[in-house]
Design a protein around this ligand. Structure first.
Ligand SMILES: C[S@@+](CC[C@H](N)C(=O)[O-])C[C@H]1O[C@@H](n2cnc3c(N)ncnc32)[C@H](O)[C@@H]1O
Length: 349
């Protein structure tokens, strides 16, 4: 009985976040239409039939999330984990940032950075206002707003989607190693590392990202958790600063769609290099055309609505072929809600 109540509470909590996300998207596009009529939002791809399909996929995701908690992949408390303090502190800032976003949209200016951003330190493909974020990934303010914006976009399902990497990792790491080394590539603000810490309390965790601001935010989040602090390093995922064959597992969440084709391959090659023989590499990223054709109207508009310059190429890219080219084998895929997962192995020595 208590389990039923907990499950119902979890579903209600998630549905609340979903409705809040929908209301936010509707309100912000209405306000944009009033303040900047020339930016009148394009007709939404969300027909009633598509909305029903989305709801069904969301329900399946929540069920998978609940079942993994029941199986002990992670604690039930993770299902209710929400950065409330950040929500109350930064939600007003999401609105205050909108006029700047509309101005950039008006000017079709998608590579707009403040003078203090040292642009020479980054690859040119990275210097974009991804998701129309002010200063892209390169300011503390962007790092403060990022998780909230992702939550609003996915209606509170970002962490449930991230958590789908944990069961494949558990299955592959098994009980053979009491202190596995796990690297999260492009760790951003550290949400995935937080989930990894819950599922693998004894693991040595590592995270890299190109953005110093996002790493600072990750450090704030992760340093609050008891236990060993994950080691965070600023690094380009195309040149990981680690020894060959060092990690038992490598993960990469919501990043491949933000890389151009050549960088995508190079990051996969690097992940292969640093994975131990017998180790596993798990990718979580957007769904693609061939696994979710019914979601095509959403994928079609996503790159423009959220300024994702490499997304169009990503949704038709053969990631399995890329993984095989790098040397990975026994590659399996899964789809949950709006994300797909690739679980790839490096042959044991
Ligand atoms: C959409 S965010 C995903 C962040 C995080 N993994 C998550 O689950 O929210 C993409 C992240 O990739 C990082 N990134 C993009 N290109 C990179 C590269 N070449 N090397 C390292 N990090 C990169 C960005 O700084 C950003 O933090």
């Amino acid at each position: 009985m208590p389990d039923t109540v907990t499950k119902l509470t979890y579903q209600t909590f998630q549905n609340g976040k979903n409705y809040f996300g929908l209301a936010h998207k509707y309100l912000s596009s209405q306000v944009m239409g009033l303040v900047s009529p020339q930016l009148k939002p394009k007709p939404s791809p969300l027909t009633p039939a598509l909305l029903l399909k989305l709801q069904a996929r969301l329900n399946q995701l929540l069920e998978a999330d609940w079942q993994d908690a029941e199986r002990g992949v992670y604690a039930h408390s993770l299902l209710f984990d929400n950065p409330w303090a950040d929500f109350f502190r930064y939600y007003p800032e999401v609105w205050l940032d909108m006029p700047q976003i509309w101005q950039r949209l008006n000017q079709k200016n998608y590579q707009d950075f403040s003078v203090e951003v040292a642009k020479n330190d980054y690859p040119s493909y990275y210097l974009q206002n991804f998701h129309h974020q002010t200063n892209g990934y390169l300011s503390d303010s962007s790092a403060n707003l990022y998780d909230l914006q992702v939550e609003l976009l996915f209606g509170g399902s970002a962490d449930p989607m991230r958590r789908r990497i944990l069961a494949p990792l558990k299955d592959n790491l098994g009980a053979t190693n009491s202190k596995p080394r796990i690297l999260d590539v492009a760790c951003g603000t550290g949400r995935t590392l937080k989930l990894l810490r819950n599922a693998f309390p004894q693991a040595a965790l590592f995270g890299t990202d190109l953005s110093p601001a996002y790493l600072r935010k990750a450090n704030q989040l992760l340093s609050q958790i008891p236990g060993e602090l994950p080691q965070l390093l600023q690094a380009n995922a195309e040149e990981l600063p680690y020894l060959d064959n060092y990690f038992h597992a490598v993960t990469c969440v919501f990043t491949f769609h933000e890389l151009p084709s050549a960088a995508r391959q190079q990051v996969i090659e690097e992940c292969f290099r640093v994975t131990q023989p017998g180790g596993v590499f798990v990718i979580c990223d957007s769904i693609q055309m061939f696994d979710s054709p019914e979601m095509l109207p959403i994928m079609d508009s996503f790159h423009e609505t959220f300024h994702e310059p490499y997304y169009k190429h990503y949704i038709t890219d053969d990631l399995v072929e890329r993984l095989e080219k790098a040397g990975f084998e026994r590659i399996t895929t899964q789809v949950h809600f709006m994300s797909k997962y690739l679980i790839a192995h490096k042959q044991a020595a």
